[in-house]
Each structure stands twice: as structure tokens, then as C-alpha cells.
Design a protein around this ligand. Structure first.
Ligand code: BGC
Length: 420
């Protein structure tokens, strides 16, 4: 609830469980308005954990936090430390009745850990922390989009939307409490801003709006959660390489297309063998004869390509990348239309936004078309690189929560122990 005003202070931990990595940060919000210090460590999220058992996940997370604290705090006995408030960025759809809880609705982004869907992840996390006697208090559980929005708004008050274009896709914006029927029982001030996590990766799960290709259908059917995250499966980083791969395998198997004929494409047949960086490299190939692309196919897949095949691959990558960027812009435009935002900044994070060539420019062109800006008029809504949402954003939200408890505003807070 609400925005930070730049006067938040204190030391916080943040834990980011997004997709590829697990990140632990310690953030010190300094006395100087809007300033902070940050130290962080990244831990690879082992692939087998993503489809393993619930307990293994929480044990692994607690181990990483323990390592982090032991490394950065030279104390013999962790119990001597005061409890540090932690903001947990849990980037999956969660039903929240409190800021410090979240019932996982369903896994996304290829995660499929048994025993967590339908459960509140806060006690599962807290149990693993308590077992190790770690000096931590879970103060806020947030989505990466919300963290991105709050962290970006901290330094730029024209930021109205926070987006992630990475392994998954999604956005958050601020709504007035009075416009949200499902929280009417909380009797909050109607004008009070509260973050809405749109979860628009699940847009069009009914498949009634967006045309899908046969490759979109395969990506969906072969995923751990068919029928879910329809929009995300067309635009997010996890799926771009897979779409590209499926098209090429299909063209090869359809003999009349004459693509990679006589070549051993066994490597290309392996699902998810290509990630979006493969497409990035193709789109970035600066050479007229696409020699970088040719080397990529030879080195990564053992396939020797000819000129028409290389041109086909380049065009295919452009089409997949352009569709992703233009549909991503639709999500931003939809929020602008709903909230009647005529001009603002949008904070965006994620590997696709930060690394995929032309993604930003293609998205900006699409926004201009959808929002009907006059020719020659500058971009009224600009999507910019965000501040670190899952680190600083999570710390700020933890700080805002503690501030509310101290002010006696306990709405939507589960655990106030040790704060007052
Ligand atoms: C999740 C969202 C998250 C997005 C970006 C999606 O798969 O459902 O909660 O914000 O990925 O990480």
C-alpha cells in the first residue's frame, strides 16, 4: 500500500526467487533521501529443484540465506543477531490476504514442484528458516512486478507501471482501494493506492482473442501446465527459443520445404535446447552473409547451413522477436487505457527487455500505434530500464509495512510480532 517517500531507512534482506537464479541481497536504506547501499549474492537454481519436492526447495532457499548471512556477518552464533526484516520476491501468481503471506495459485515458467500449489508459502519458508535459527522475519511477500514498480517510483515519480519481460511476463500498477470490490471488507481509505499484480501472462487462457500458430499449441500442450499462461507462452523468454526450434524441426520434416536436408538434426530435436539468447545472437548478426548465424548453427547444433536457410532463420527470429515485443506493448497499453494514463514512465526489467535486440524499439512503435499518438509527437508513455525491483523494491515494501505497523495501521498484515 502506498509509495515510499524517500525517507525510509534501515537494514533489510531480500530474497528473489524468479526463474533462473536465486538472489539474496542486504540493502541499507540510508538517511540521505532515496539513497541505499546493496550487497548481493546469486545462487543458481538447480534445474532438478524446479520439478522436485517442496521440502527440497525450502531447504535449498534457507541454505542460500544461511550462507549469505554467515559470509557477510562475522558472528559465531546467528541467534545473537537481531531479526532482520526480509522482503521475499516470489514471482508467481499468489493469492494474498496479507502482505506477508501468499497462497500459490499455480506454478508458471516451467516450475512444477509438488506440494506447494494451493498452499501458503509463508509458513513453508518460515519453517525452513526457523529450523536453522536464522535471524530473519518475513515482512513482505511481493511479486517482481510490484517490486519493480515501487523501486522505480522511488527515484522517478512519473513511474506508473512496473513490468517484467524476462523468463515470464507480467505487470503491476497502482489502483485505488475503493475500486477493488474484493478488499471492501478491509474498510481502507478509498483513495489509498494499493498495488495490483495483473498476472496478465494468463491473459486469453480461453484462447478467444489471440490467433495462435500450431507451434504455440505445441508449446502449450508440452508444458507442465497446459491451458495456463497463454499470453506468456507467446512472448516470454522461456518460450522464444522453443518456438523457433519447433518451426525449424517442422520445416525440416516437411520434405518439400528443403530445410537442412540430409543433415543430422538430432540436437535440434531436443525440447528447450535453444534459449532466447540464440535468437538474440541471430538478430544481432552484423554480417551480410550471416556468418555469425552460420557458426552458431555449426557449433551449437552441428548443422551446416546454406544462404537461403540462414535468411530463413534470420527472418524467423525477427518474426518471433517482433511478435513478442508488440504483444508485450499491448499489456502496457491496456493498463494505460484502463487507468486513463495519457503519459507516464514504465519501469521494465527482465532478460528479454534488457538483452533482446530491438525489443524496446519494436515495443515503442507498437505503443504509438495502439495509443494513437500524433505523427511527430514524442513518446508519451516510455518503457525504461527499471531500478532493481526484487532487491531494493522488496526492501522498500518491507520498510513500508513496518512503518505501517508502527503507525498502528495493521490492515493486511499477518505477523506483527517483534515490530511493536
Ligand atoms: C508469473 C508472474 C511474474 C512473471 C515475471 C510469471 O510467470 O506468473 O507472477 O511476475 O512471470 O517473472
Amino acid at each position: 500500500m502506498g509509495y515510499p517517500d524517500g525517507n525510509e531507512t534501515g537494514t533489510y534482506l531480500s530474497l528473489d526467487m524468479g526463474g533462473t537464479n536465486l538472489r539474496v541481497c542486504e540493502i541499507v536504506l540510508l538517511e540521505e533521501k532515496g539513497e541505499f547501499d546493496i550487497i548481493q549474492s546469486k545462487y543458481r537454481m538447480p534445474e532438478e529443484l524446479k520439478t522436485g519436492e517442496s521440502e527440497e526447495l525450502w531447504e535449498y532457499i534457507a541454505d542460500c540465506i544461511q550462507q549469505f548471512i554467515e559470509y557477510h556477518h562475522e558472528v559465531e552464533n546467528l541467534e545473537q543477531l537481531d531479526k532482520i526484516p526480509l522482503g521475499f520476491t516470489f514471482s508467481f501468481p499468489a493469492t494474498q490476504t496479507y502482505i506477508d503471506n501468499g497462497i500459490l495459485q499455480r506454478w508458471t515458467k516451467g516450475f512444477d514442484i509438488s506440494g506447494v500449489e494451493g498452499k501458503d508459502v509463508a509458513p513453508l519458508f518460515e519453517a525452513a528458516i526457523a529450523k536453522r535459527k536464522l535471524p530473519i522475519r518475513l515482512s513482505a511477500l511481493i511479486n517482481d512486478t510490484t517490486g519493480t514498480l515501487i523501486a522505480s517510483a522511488y527515484t522517478d515519480d512519473t513511474m506508473k507501471i512496473g513490468c517484467i519481460f524476462g523468463t515470464g511476463c507480467n505487470a503491476a500498477y497502482m489502483e485505488n482501494c475503493g475500486s477493488i470490490p474484493k478488499i471492501a471488507d478491509y474498510n481502507l481509505p478509498p483513495e489509498m493506492p494499493i498495488a495490483i499484480n495483473c498476472e496478465y501472462g494468463a491473459f486469453d487462457n480461453e484462447h478467444v482473442v489471440l490467433p495462435r500458430t500450431s507451434y504455440d499449441v505445441i508449446v502449450d500442450e508440452d508444458s507442465p501446465r497446459p491451458g495456463q499462461q497463454a499470453f506468456e507462452k507467446m512472448i516470454a523468454g522461456l518460450y522464444l527459443g522453443e518456438l523457433f526450434r519447433l518451426v525449424l524441426v517442422d520445416l525440416h520434416d516437411n520434405k518439400s520445404c528443403n530445410v537442412f536436408q540430409g543433415q543430422d538434426i538430432s540436437k535440434l530435436r531436443k525440447a528447450y535446447t535453444l534459449d532466447s539468447s540464440f535468437l538474440s545472437l541471430i538478430e544481432e548478426d552484423p554480417f551480410e552473409n550471416l556468418s555469425d548465424t552460420s557458426n552458431l548453427f555449426k557449433n551449437e547444433l552441428g548443422i551446416i547451413t546454406n544462404k537461403p536457410e540462414l535468411e530463413l532463420c534470420r527472418r524467423l527470429a525477427e518474426l518471433i522477436g517482433t511478435r513478442a515485443a508488440r504483444l508485450s506493448a499491448c499489456g502496457v497499453a491496456a493498463i494505460c487505457k484502463k487507468k486513463d494514463i495519457k503519459s507516464c514512465h514504465v519501469g521494465a526489467d527482465g532478460s528479454v527487455f534488457n538483452k533482446y535486440p530491438h525489443f524496446k524499439a519494436r515495443g515503442a512503435v507498437a505503443l504509438r500505434e495502439i495509443l494513437d499518438w500524433k505523427q511527430g509527437e514524442k513518446d508519451l508513455v516510455s518503457i525504461l530500464a527499471a531500478e532493481d525491483g526484487s532487491g531494493v523494491g522488496a526492501a522498500l515494501i518491507a520498510a513500508l509495512t513496518i512503518k505501517r505497523v508502527k503507525e498502528g495501521n495493521l490492515a493486511g498484515i499477518r505477523n506483527t510480532e517483534g515490530i511493536i
